[in-house]
Design a protein around this ligand. Sequence first.
Ligand SMILES: [Zn+2]
Length: 282
Amino acid sequence: MTTHVIHRFAASGGGTPVNAYIVEGPAGSVVVDATLLVSDARALRARVDELGTPLLGVVITHAHPDHYGGLAELTRDLDVPVFATEGVSDVIRRDDRIKEQILRPMFGDEWAAERAFPNRIVADRATVDIDGIRLRVVDLGPGESPHDSIWWLEGDGGRQVFSADLAYDRHHCYLADGFHRQWLVNIERARREFPAGTTMHPGHGLPSGTEVLDWQEGYIKAFLAAVEHADWTDHDAAKASVVARMLSYLPTGRLQFLMELSIDPLVEQLAGRPPASSASNA
Ligand SMILES: [Zn+2]
């Protein structure tokens, strides 16, 4: 029987908590996502190296820089495959220049000068076998980011899923990319398709059961309601009311800036105006 150990690597640089995961198998390890910042990605690589076996490959779940920004550091001096769906790979390449413009002023040298990208495309529902670590991708399309995917770890009962940002574990959320309707559809799909006893390993927060899907749906709907019900004749007051309502839904400052960054794009979207180029990360 195959045995894997899943290590959660919780990065927190730049006030941006984000997870990567190290799947340790008999021949080496596979890393899921690459964190945002240079120092976090170096620490992630050090954790991999401490295990004493080779890094066999990397999987990138979705098209946001807090999940791929550290990829070049993570894989430095190695020639390892980096797997993603075509949609995820395309959007990362497409938007990387915009992310550079936004993130360089925010994070300076901690935003990697050199970014790496996925170099192996995996089709929806395909399984990749990376020296005995088998991961099956489900291509979700737009959702939390312009292109999302989740990755099931095969073996060990098949109940472990790297669920990316399909559901944050009780952090404020990023809704600036304009795909909240599709995100809600993806959540509904997960409810139908995830087997009983599934453990979700999220991009933000702690692993949990599928009950976190309900929390995530509630967050999205609360955010939509807060924006729709605010009186936008006074922009600053309206924005403050949205922040206050969301802080009452989730009384923590974790990733609050992502929620705040999402307000104006959502106002524009709900008013039927085309979205400005999407802002940051998550
Ligand atoms: Zn994220």
